[in-house]
Design a binder for this molecule. Structure first.
Ligand code: F6P
Length: 491
């Protein structure tokens, strides 16, 4: 079983004098001015959920964009701050970007071109040459920060996600002492979908600067091999999952990402969570009612309108549940400067309003809208109070919300409805798997979930808990670190 301690030992033994550097766009701790003081917040992100415990265990340096309006006031003269604030165990090195750079590189090419390109959710990617130029310049900037950080030392650099596709090539060409690995947190689409990107060659060439490239699923690895095979000059070895371009090799591997199961379960059982559960029961009038929850970063890939339509269908078909079931939708709005995200928020507002208007009676409203920033304790209390969680993503690399719900189910008596289009569906086969595009099917499965006998609920949840406990985030990181070390010694 992988634990934090086992990962620590692996890092100490294998990385020894090497520097361990993580690079991502999103930073794990954001400092902002609020109510006359500086507050520190953890942004809603699967990447942060997974990597923060790993960095706490490994130490090292995390390089990321400093996006908070008090970030500059909290770093030292070398743009560094030790984090987490309550138990400093690694260094966050912030990179500063102008608003124009954020618009072109993050809102533009990353969020409005690569994100819809890789998620098959029928939102069209927008390709804009100015945004692409800014994306290239920002990748170059990140690379220079990393190279300066590393200096003449040997280093393992672990790059995250689609914001930094060009950086691995720059690093590998500039410094032979660096081993570069990259984890792709979202799906890799099939080659037909990817080929519409006008700059596909540059992106593939950049990614083939990596020594090791990880995806959640073997299916995504295969899509990547197919894409490279068709798009650029490279030798693709499908038996070894290895690509050679200009004598340089890239190993392509699946590493299903996960959570710190024990820590989530420990927090779920805390006295603060128990107290919050009591408070919520009273304030939301949940006594005697069944709670169903949805918890998502507000994104058009998460299938939130589809879930709401299924709830409408469920209440329409099953009038006996009116007054008895309450749906809570939580989640933080994100990327609100991108038009498609503003539209999805408007669509959710309209649907919640319509459904509540259609079914509400004196003291009961079917949907409670809790979108916005909620404390970690409140979210955990909601997970504990819920009998059923619905994850209805239209397409998702993994979906750690599903795994967190499983880890928080201390009584092992809750049910998870999970979209078959998430990476998590490959592991959590005891969830009730659904096609979120079919409101009828989801409504039908909701009824099945609410009427499932206790014994079956427990059998399913206990099997899922065993899987997430074993395939935890320390295993994910341990497998990647072992892979990087193997490549250094093996060439
Ligand atoms: O999980 C996919 C992902 O892109 C993460 O990489 C990212 O941190 C998260 O979604 C949230 O997105 P953003 O950083 O754009 O808020």
């Amino acid at each position: 079983m992988w634990t934090r301690e086992r990962l620590q030992t692996l890092v100490e033994e294998k990385l020894q004098d090497c520097l361990f550097v993580v690079v991502s766009n999103r930073e794990p701790y954001v400092h902002s001015h609020a109510h006359g003081a500086i507050q520190c917040q953890v942004p809603p992100s699967g990447l942060i959920t997974a990597l923060d415990p790993v960095m706490r265990a490994c130490g090292g340096t995390w390089i990321a964009h400093g996006s908070g309006n008090a970030d500059k006031e909290t770093v030292d003269e070398r743009d560094r701050v030790r984090v987490p604030p309550d138990d400093p165990s690694y260094t966050l090195r912030r990179v500063w970007l102008s608003k124009g750079e954020v618009d072109g590189y993050y809102h533009g090419f990353s969020s409005d071109a690569l994100w819809p390109l890789c998620h098959i959710a029928y939102t069209r990617p927008t390709f804009n040459a100015d945004e692409w130029s800014t994306y290239k310049a920002v990748n170059e900037r990140f690379a220079q920060v990393v190279l300066k950080e590393v200096g003449a030392r040997r280093a393992f650099v672990f790059v995250q996600d689609y914001h930094l596709t060009l950086m691995p090539r720059i690093l590998r060409d500039a410094n032979p002492n660096v081993v570069v690995a990259h984890f792709w947190h979202i799906p890799w689409p099939n080659r037909e979908a990817f080929r519409v990107c006008p700059w596909q060659h540059d992106i593939l060439d950049g990614l083939l600067g990596n020594h090791l490239l990880g995806f959640h699923l073997r299916y995504h690895c295969n899509n990547f091999l197919d894409t490279v095979d068709r798009a650029i000059e490279a030798r693709v070895d499908r038996d070894r999952y290895q690509i050679t371009r200009g004598e340089k090799k890239t190993a392509v591997r699946p590493f299903p990402i996960s959570i710190d199961f024990e820590e989530v379960a420990r927090r779920a059982g805390g006295p603060d969570v128990e107290a919050e559960m009591q408070r919520l029961k009273r304030s939301l009038e949940l006594e005697g009612r069944i709670l169903v929850m949805g918890l998502d970063r507000i994104d058009y890939t998460k299938g939130i309108p589809d879930r709401l339509r299924a709830i409408d269908r469920f209440l329409d078909r099953n009038p006996e549940y009116r007054g008895k079931v309450v749906f809570i939708q939580t989640g933080v709005p994100s990327r609100v400067h991108v038009p498609a995200y503003r539209r999805i928020n408007d669509e959710i507002d309209t649907l919640i309003d319509e459904i509540n208007w259609k079914y509400e009676t004196g003291d009961w409203r079917p949907i409670i809208d809790m979108r916005g920033s909620q404390s970690a304790v409140t979210l955990m209390a909601l997970r504990r109070l819920a009998s059923l969680a619905i994850v209805s993503s239209l397409h998702d690399g993994m979906n750690l919300v599903a795994k967190e719900f499983v880890a928080s189910s201390l009584g092992e008596d809750t049910v998870l409805i999970l979209s078959e289009f998430t990476g998590a569906a490959r592991e959590l086969t005891d969830a009730l798997l659904v096609n979120p595009y079919s409101a009828d099917q989801v409504a039908e499965v909701m009824r099945e979930a609410l009427e499932m006998p206790l014994e079956e609920r427990q059998r399913r949840m206990s099997r899922m808990r065993a899987i997430v406990r074993e395939n935890n985030v320390y295993k994910w990181a341990g497998d990647i670190v072992s892979g990087m070390v193997g490549l250094r010694s093996g060439g």
